[in-house]
Design a protein around this ligand. Structure first.
Ligand code: NCD
Ligand code: ZN
Length: 349
């Protein structure tokens, strides 16, 4: 049996939600990941320091007892963001990074930024203080095709940001195109890559009936893009690191509105490992999962180690959402019903 032991990984892009969903899903991440950047697009978005402190408390209370998992909090930029408050939050270690959602680009982003140029003063202060800017890189104009939104964002918005603030620490989140892969390397910024964008191309949404299980934003693209992402993720290059973008949506909401987001935290490591094995790159997995992220963010890697084994692993169809012992809802995980060839064995000394 093949095994792999790596330093404990981190998840640099995660949606934990609130309430019952948070309580039911957090253990999938906290068990095997040291830290995670928690996205601020809750229903009532995390737009202030006070909200971030309250959200962190909710997360900490939902953690299994004795967990040493560290949620890294983010603030959701709006047209009204107060730069003093933002930088204070960063300097006092309450806020780890700021997240830029163009208005209406994705789930719960209606309060997002309408005109990015209005944030340039904020970016200036972030650059000065070394605060990372995490970007959902899609334009939202209805005349731009949904499959082109990442490329257009890079040309129209990201290029000028980088030109004006060359020292600003930027992560282009959940990249989906070969165009983004090239751009990230050329400009020396960081990028997260999700498990699902390494496994599916846009066909996944359209066969066997319209299938919202594979609908996420940015939407999966053509096969040539998936192949470029696989090459990038498995290359070991420092600019690419693990960010699951695990985004749970209750089954009833997926069915009702086909909302964007794929819940992959129960299978994320297994899913990535499948790709690294297929690409003959298992030796680079630790870099992608456990080293490149901390290196980018100037943090130390985790100390504990995680053992992964190559053995048959049937993924459940649904994860139950339980309230006082009753199953009240379900969420479909990525790879539901499939059998993967990797399994997490656990933390080792
Ligand atoms: C995310 C969500 O559901 O919060 N959805 C998604 O499709 N990825 C938001 C996001 O990261 O865009
Ligand atoms: Zn996300």
């Amino acid at each position: 049996m093949k095994t792999l032991t790596i330093l404990k990984p981190d998840d640099w892009h995660l949606h934990l939600r609130e309430g019952l969903v948070l309580k039911n899903i957090i253990h999938f991440t906290s068990e095997y990941f040291g830290r995670a950047i928690v996205m601020p697009n809750t229903k009532n978005p995390i737009t202030s320091i006070d909200k971030a402190i309250a959200y962190k408390k909710l997360i900490t209370e939902a953690l299994p007892k004795s967990s040493n998992f560290q949620p890294l909090m983010t603030i959701y930029l709006t047209d009204e963001t107060d730069k003093e408050e933002l930088i204070n939050g960063f300097k006092n270690n309450v806020i780890f990074a700021a997240k830029l959602y163009p208005a209406n680009a994705t789930t719960n982003s209606s309060h997002g930024v309408k005109k990015i140029a209005n944030l340039y003063e904020v970016f200036e202060s972030m650059q000065e203080s070394g605060m990372p800017l995490l970007i959902h890189g899609e334009v939202t104009d209805s005349e731009v095709d949904v499959f082109d939104r990442e490329e257009v964002f890079i040309d129209r918005e990201l290029q000028p940001i980088i030109k004006t603030f060359p020292k600003l620490k930027i992560v282009l989140e959940h990249i989906t195109t070969s165009y983004a892969v090239d751009f990230v390397q050329e400009k020396n910024i960081g990028a997260t890559i999700t498990p699902h964008h390494l496994h599916i191309n846009r066909n996944a949404m359209f066969f066997g009936g319209l299938n919202s299980d594979f609908y996420c934003l940015p939407v999966a693209k053509r096969e040539n893009n998936r192949l470029a992402l696989r090459k990038a993720a498995t290359s070991g290059k420092e600019c690419f690191f693990l960010g699951t973008d695990s985004a749970p949506h209750l089954r009833k909401w997926k069915a009702f509105c086909g909302c964007a987001g794929i819940f992959n935290s129960p299978v994320a490591l297994e899913s990535y490992l499948t790709v690294f094995e297929e690409e003959n790159a298992l030796d680079n997995f630790e870099k992608f999962a456990s080293l490149n992220g901390p290196n980018f963010y100037n943090l130390s890697p985790n100390k504990e180690k995680l053992k992964l084994v190559s053995k048959s692993n049937k993924i459940v169809e649904f994860i139950d959402v339980i309230e006082e012992k009753d199953i009240v809802e379900q969420i479909k995980p990525f790879h539901a019903g499939e059998t993967l060839n990797w399994q997490v064995e656990g933390i080792v000394n």
